[in-house]
Design a protein around this ligand. Structure first.
Ligand code: GLU
Length: 294
């Protein structure tokens, strides 16, 4: 058991407004921290410059404050911490575990077709490893010619270093890590020199997050995060992947499928207590919020 105070976080990406699924996730993170006398933090995951917008970030922080779910401490914005992510990538590169990948999506698709298919990972077909097999002189030639490249983790080589790994999930119990399910994941993208997997793992460690709470849709990502923790010598938090809020048809709420935003519910006259109820927050907590004047 971890004797240090629990730190949890809610880590939204400002690529749209919050919906009820985000409200549940934020509440869950705060509840898990507060029931243990711990700290709940909000982190803005805005590494994807093409999709993130400052007005979405402002709306998220405003909705959280209105719902009585504001961060207990300073809000960390990932885009302001590129140096931390770059240092981690350099550390992995120094161990010989990173290779440049010049492939476009179309080239990857074509390569998979040529090979007659690829195993299907949690994020789609697994990268066939084309650039892992590139000759070093060809790599250097392409880089010198200014070709854009992503940085991929050689997962098989990484696994040889770490051996078997596991993590503790408060809902699922002890879970054996299977990072090879994803294949050689991208840790530095062509457009930004980091990726979701790298940034989240590094930031959770820097912020002292000891219990990562997030939706079950991100359960598989933890296989990769656990491997990165081992390679970067980072502390291993506990995890609690929670249920996903669904709509009346049992579908997961998502920005891209047009889930009703909290902003829209607010302007339609719903109060914070109602929104917390719609998000599935247990009634005792809704009453606590009502007592607090919301
Ligand atoms: N930023 C991610 C999202 O909005 C969540 C990351 C995490 O909780 O690990 O889906």
């Amino acid at each position: 058991m971890n004797a240090a105070p629990v730190v949890t976080r809610f880590a939204p990406s400002p690529t749209g407004g919050m919906h009820l699924g985000h409200v549940f996730s934020a509440w869950f993170a705060r509840d898990q921290a507060h029931r243990r006398g711990g700290t709940y933090l909000v982190r803005i995951e805005d590494i994807d410059a093409a999709r993130c917008r400052p007005h979405f970030e402002r709306a998220i922080l405003d909705d959280l404050a209105w719902l009585d779910l504001a961060s207990d401490g300073p809000v960390r914005r990932q885009s302001e911490h590129r140096a931390d992510h770059a240092a981690a990538l350099a550390q992995l590169d120094g161990k010989g575990l990173i290779y440049p990948c010049f492939c476009t999506r179309a080239e990857i698709r074509a390569e998979i077709e040529r090979a007659g298919g690829a195993p299907h990972g949690p994020d789609g077909p697994v990268y066939p490893g084309t650039c892992r097999r590139l000759d070093p002189s060809e790599r250097s030639r392409r880089i010198a010619a200014g070709a854009a490249f992503a940085s991929r983790l050689d997962v098989a080589a990484a696994r040889r270093r770490t051996g078997t790994l596991a993590w503790r999930d408060h809902a699922a119990g002890q879970v054996a890590a299977e990072p090879e399910l994803f294949g050689d994941v991208v840790l530095g993208r062509k457009d930004v020199p980091t990726s979701y997997h790298l940034a989240v793992t590094v930031d959770d460690a820097i912020q002292g997050v000891s219990l990562v709470t997030r939706g079950l849709d991100l359960f598989a990502a933890t296989h990769v995060h656990r491997l990165l923790q081992a390679l970067l010598d980072l502390p291993v938090p506990d995890y609690h992947h929670h249920r996903i809020v669904t709509d009346a048809h049992g579908e997961r709420l998502a920005k891209r499928t047009g889930a009703t935003t909290i902003a829209a519910l607010r302007s339609a006259g719903h109060d914070a207590g109602e929104i917390r109820r719609l998000a599935g927050i247990p009634a005792h907590d809704v009453r606590d919020a009502a007592r607090a004047g919301r």
